[in-house]
Write a protein of this length. Sequence first.
Length: 318
Amino acid sequence: MKTCWVITNHYAGIINQALGLAEHLPVVITHKKVTLRPFWHLTSPYLMWGASHAFTKESDSLKGPFPDLVIAAGRQAILPALFVQKESKGATQIVYLQDPIIRRKAFDAIIAPRHDHVTGHNVIEMVGTTHRVTKARIEQESEKFSPLLSHYASPRVAVIIGGPNKNYRMDEDFSEELIDQLSQLQKKYHCSLLITTSRRTPEHVIVALKKQCQTSENVYLYTGEGANPYFAFLGRADHIILTCESVSMTSEVCATTKPVYLLPLKGNPGKFADFHKHIMDTGRVKWFDGRLSDEKSVKPFDEREAISTALQKKLQWI
């Protein structure tokens, strides 16, 4: 079987995307976490000079024997991938997740979101991102958290709150609107709410949600303390509502069989507008308008198998 190095930094979101792809390929995986020394961190990927000295002592070794394949994700992984390609004298094929911006032709394959509008003979497009959500993991986590969540009555609505980014904001008005929307939802459907925030969620949003829990029944709120029930929420929920600023979160929840609704945010969507159009065109996602669908189960939207097949063809493995 072919060997594969997955090269990433230490960010969980990037790691999940890269391993989510590798785990759908017929390869033996070794995960290499790298960090670049300050000079190269600032100049990567634009400067390759002295690449052999670019890695911190904490980085995993990139010495040979080299693998058949490298899957790189995250800006700091571009220089290491090109370094391995050079040191292996081209024997190692290199793949990059997202858009490397420069040296695109140097990669054997680039797997990029359609909304990034990356073109080239080596480009494979996807609507969202790869990830590690699986039916088995959802079932396992649902069972693990069953004693905690089973007494929350159906219909159960998972509410996933992310955080602001350069395109979207979450101000005080958002907190007020969110609480009002959730209150109206419970009044209309007598539903339970399984709410989780993220590390990016502003404190004023968390404070508002905690007040909501104190005044409403059938609300469970996770804000980062203790074991994370995120995957159990995906399994236990009958519906999933999430904020619209994260391509990766949207891709993950679309891999379930639950109806999915995006919660609009204020701001300038930029390229997110293209992503939202593409994911809406699949019929898998709707904008949240206060109503829940009558659908009990829907077909998952999951591109990983198709991307895996397309990549193997691009690499001439099949």
